[in-house]
Design a protein around this ligand. Structure first.
Ligand code: NAD
Length: 393
């Protein structure tokens, strides 16, 4: 069976879904690994590196593949070149990719979305949301440090004492905790706030101080945050305002799954920050935690510089690709029936497995992911029934 590594074509994507170091993990499972020419260049992996690791580099890698792995969803034109019955593994934000999902359904291509892998202990090694958030959180702290025109650590010298920088982090999930840890390592004084009650302990374990606003917690199912109502959002902003005003660097990473990012910081709050302050909004891509932030741009709000994140993991393509590739390899391994004396290894996803069941968007002509099916085909009560007869849009 052939696993193809697609060359990413979406603007700004520098990562690759498989790095040369992990080719051997797939060939050991019994797969042939085929790479589109130049697929790894954005992540500094040359075609020759893949060949040295045991892969082949072919123009028609994707067309002839049983499985295609990528970071971003395939373009519709590419998906239409795949063989019926083949499988894709990628990030697949289905609600934003409905036409592609309909194509995959109608072409009878099985698709697995990395962001739908459940956040359970058994699936941690396949959790690409976590691995990429780790990269993004680190990057945010380093960007803030780079933009600040001052020391982060305390410096006591013969010429006098330089006070450490004050960093405030809002949202202490995977990315926020990594931003906290990185800013701490650089010597800043770090305070952080999150709506989940368990976050205070996690913030403290990183050596930072949790900000207590004395507001009711907002924990939903699965350890995620719930959306705030407008009154709580207003109160939270009011109580956070003095902490934001006192920060030299503000890093925001707050998100609620399936929703646009909550607005935590208004323009007036940023305008109250001192000259030279820096704001890094990781959520700029998904609506923004900070009013006025622009994805992919550094803008001025009041006297502060505001950096809006856009596909932040792709700004560190080497480690982001290495971690993502390991997530992909682990998911593919879970789908693989090992070789026996009578039969070679094969891709045989057991959709009764809760990880594969949750991650599978399309299979055998049906959209299995309920919310996406409802968006495409209208609400229905039961599980998907039989292949769709509709043509690709
Ligand atoms: P996320 O990216 O959805 O959100 C980031 C953070 O923003 C979260 O901590 C959330 O509580 C916070 N937030 C939301 N609204 C906020 C607001 N109004 N103000 C301040 N903060 C706000 O979350 P994530 O980083 O992917 O993960 C969050 C949770 O999931 C954590 O509890 C984490 O430990 C857990 N998790 C579990 C696993 C696992 O078990 N395999 C893996 C990853 C994450």
């Amino acid at each position: 069976m052939r696993i193809a590594v697609a060359r990413e074509t979406r603007p700004g994507e520098t990562r690759v879904a498989l790095v040369p170091e992990l080719v051997g993990a797939l060939t050991a499972l019994g797969y042939d690994v085929v790479v589109e020419p130049g697929a790894g260049l954005g992540a500094l992996a040359e075609d020759a590196d893949y060949e040295a690791a045991g892969a082949t580099v072919e123009d028609r890698a994707v067309e002839d593949a049983d499985v295609v792995v990528s970071v971003q969803p395939l373009e519709r034109a590419t998906a239409r070149r795949l063989a019926s019955g083949s499988t894709t593994v990628s990030f697949l934000p289905a609600a934003q990719e409905l036409d592609l999902v309909a194509d995959l359904r109608d072409l009878r291509i099985s698709s697995f979305a990395m962001e739908l892998v459940p956040r359970i202990s058994r699936a941690q090694s396949m959790d690409a949301l976590s691995s990429q958030s780790l990269v993004a959180g680190y990057r945010c702290a380093v960007v803030a440090a780079g933009l600040l025109r001052r020391f982060l650590p305390l410096n006591m010298t013969a010429a006098g004492t330089v006070e450490p920088a004050q960093v405030v982090v809002l949202g202490a999930g995977v990315a926020g905790l990594q931003a906290i840890a990185t800013a701490k390592r650089l010597g800043a004084v770090v305070r952080a706030y999150d709506v989940r009650p368990s976050s205070a302990e996690e913030i403290a374990s990183m050596g930072a101080r949790a900000i207590d606003l004395d507001l009711p917690p907002l924990e939903g199912s699965g350890g995620y945050a719930r959306e705030m109502d407008e009154e709580r959002a207003r109160l939270q902003r009011e109580l956070l305002a003095p902490h934001v005003a006192a920060a030299d660097a503000l890093i925001t990473t707050a998100a609620v799954p399936g929703r646009t990012a909550p607005l935590l910081v208004t323009r007036a709050m940023v305008e109250a920050m001192a000259p030279g302050s820096v704001v890094v909004d990781l959520a700029a891509d998904s609506g923004g935690n900070v009013e006025g932030s622009v994805p992919g741009e550094l803008v001025r709000v009041g006297a502060a510089q505001v950096w809006g994140g856009r596909n932040v993991p792709a700004q560190m393509p080497q480690p982001a690709s290495r971690l993502y590739a390991q997530n992909v390899v682990n998911l593919v391994a879970l789908m693989t029936r090992p070789a026996t004396a009578d039969a070679p290894a094969a891709l045989a996803p057991d959709l009764a497995d809760e990880v594969l069941d949750a991650a599978c968007v399309t299979h055998d002509g049906v959209v299995r992911h309920g919310p996406t099916r409802a968006l495409l085909e209208g609400p229905s009560d039961g599980p998907p029934v039989g292949p769709s007869t509709g043509g690709a849009p």
